[in-house]
Design a protein around this ligand. Structure first.
Ligand code: HEC
Ligand code: HEC
Length: 327
């Protein structure tokens, strides 16, 4: 909201005369959707755990798992919290370094969960949920963490009470140097704009013989988003089938295997299924390549493949040729 007011303020002072126009009240309202920890900005409404369960099945479970436990690809939302944490307001598992982190473990403000779902989920169709649907989905997630009971109806009237039961409600810290910046950025680096040297690469610290002993780390970490595993299979051709090594590496690097298992349906159909449908279809290669780049849905169900405009067409063609030979 601040940014919009600032722009229209500058406009009103006449600094940029003849350029643009003041944002209308309706335009500002459309941007101004944030929900604050004190619940300012939260629209009135309500939604039950039961309704949330149906919505979750229809719109969220394909990526986050039926109980929010998530599959290998997307972040787990539920898990890792206990009844003792709810009493205490601090999640004990967070102090144990080697345990995974779920959304409910970290969440200190229920407004953040409501706001995040409302503005950015489902991933493939953000801002399509009505307020009552967001209440219902939030209620369902909280119910999976045993924070609210099965019959619960979450609303703007009782959300402040539910905040008092969040397992990690006392987990917010402000002593990390990012809270109070006194108007300065928190980094001292100077931005490099040209001749900046090679791109940084994550380097495995493991000795060569141990690199791949736990399987390829890149297969086990999220391929979508900033956290990617090191490809420990690279340089170990024996671990992969000789045929299609390069294409497989490309599929890994491009994130395809996050959604397509060799024989297993993940978010999308398995590679073997795709191959058996199109293997004898002569026009398939360019058509499928175009779809991979621009995204689409309907051939296998209602879950869409997102557009992937960052890919080179020649790479995608090679990937399709490789997929069509998989068994
Ligand atoms: C097509 C896959 C997909 C669907 C469908 C989907 N999500 Fe997500 N969701 C994601 C991804 C990917 C992220 C992580 C985004 C990021 O880190 O930038 C995410 C993150 C989240 C998070 C935050 C997790 C965290 O701790 O940061 C919540 C909460 C969430 N989704 C709820 C939902 C709800 C509710 C729905 C259904 C209305 C839904 N998602 C549907 C892919 C999906
Ligand atoms: C976020 C998940 C996701 C990612 C990443 C992804 N796909 Fe898909 N893909 C899907 C889904 C879902 C479908 C089914 C779409 C449909 O029903 O039309 C699909 C369908 C396909 C199809 C069949 C299309 C058709 O019309 O039958 C091919 C081929 C394909 N993907 C290749 C790829 C390749 C190659 C990559 C990597 C560059 C990739 N996909 C990355 C989710 C994904």
């Amino acid at each position: 909201m601040l940014a919009v007011l600032f722009c229209s303020g500058v406009f009103a002072q006449g600094k940029f005369q003849g350029i643009g126009r003041a944002a209308t009240a309706a335009e500002i309202a459309a941007w101004d959707i944030d929900v604050r920890p004190d619940f300012k900005g939260l629209p009135p409404g309500e939604g039950s755990v039961r309704n949330g369960e149906d919505l979750w099945e229809a719109k969220c479970a394909s990526c986050h798992g039926t109980f929010g436990e998530s599959n290998a690809v997307f972040p787990p939302i539920v898990g890792g919290t206990t009844a003792a944490d709810i009493d205490k307001g601090r999640v004990a598992a967070l102090t144990r370094p080697n345990e995974g982190r779920t959304t409910l473990m970290k969440l200190s403000q229920i407004s953040t969960l409501w706001d995040y779902i409302s503005r950015s989920m489902p991933w493939n169709a953000p801002k399509t949920l009505g307020a009552d649907e967001v209440y219902a989905l939030t209620a369902y997630i909280l119910n999976q963490g045993r924070i609210v009971p099965d019959e619960f109806v979450l609303s703007d009237r009782n959300i402040a009470e539910v905040q008092k039961r969040l397992p990690n409600r006392d987990g917010m810290r402000r002593d990390h140097g990012l809270w109070e910046t006194k108007g300065r950025a928190d980094v001292k680096a100077t931005a490099c704009m040209k001749n900046c040297g090679p791109e940084p690469h994550i380097v495995s610290q493991l000795p060569e013989h141990a690199r791949n002993t736990h399987g390829n780390l890149a297969d086990q970490n999220r391929l979508i988003g900033p956290a990617r595993g090191v490809n420990t299979a690279a340089g170990q051709p024996a671990a992969l089938s000789a045929h299609g090594d390069q294409a497989r590496g490309l599929a890994e690097k491009s994130g395809c295997l996050a959604c397509h298992g060799a024989r297993q349906r993940l978010v999308g159909p398995s590679l073997a299924e795709i191959a058996s449908r199109y293997r004898t279809d002569n026009g398939a290669e360019p058509r499928l390549a175009a779809k991979v780049i621009s995204g689409g849905q309907g051939a296998w169900g209602s879950v869409p493949m997102p557009a992937q405009p960052q890919l080179q067409e020649s790479d995608v063609r090679a990937l399709i040729r490789w997929i069509l030979t998989s068994e």
